[in-house]
Design a protein. Sequence first.
Length: 159
Amino acid sequence: MTTPILNLGERLTLVKESGQRDAADRLHTVAVRLLRTASAVDAEMDLDGPRASLLSVLVFGGPMPVSRLAEVERVTPPAITKQVDALSELGLVRRLRSETDRRVVLVEATPAGRQVLERGRAARVRRIAELLGDATEEEWAVIGRAAEIIAARLPRRPG
């Protein structure tokens, strides 16, 4: 089998794509590790991962019907209903009727739910800041710029 002959432009494209894949692979690995490190403090929220995720969707996305919550969280409506019930029993979410369509029941975070989520978020941010505590001002600027670049390309929060 012969090696295909590539012109300079094709070789540069292959190198660029390979470099992008390598950078994306490193970013993926680091993002997963960073999330695991940061989420180690989630015990302060006293919620498991799925319930914390659901509460986050409601705090940042606003009230939503159960069907939309299930879609966003990628679980079945019965599974999301169990999570909503559990969060409701803790006083972290509440159900309310839609003002535009009284047949629709929305779920929203309560002030207590917002407080729990904000406390958990603050703990994660503190953990990340501690992890990077010895970074130079220049490194912090690079990290901040990288976060801006990535955030600008991410889809908006569901809602």
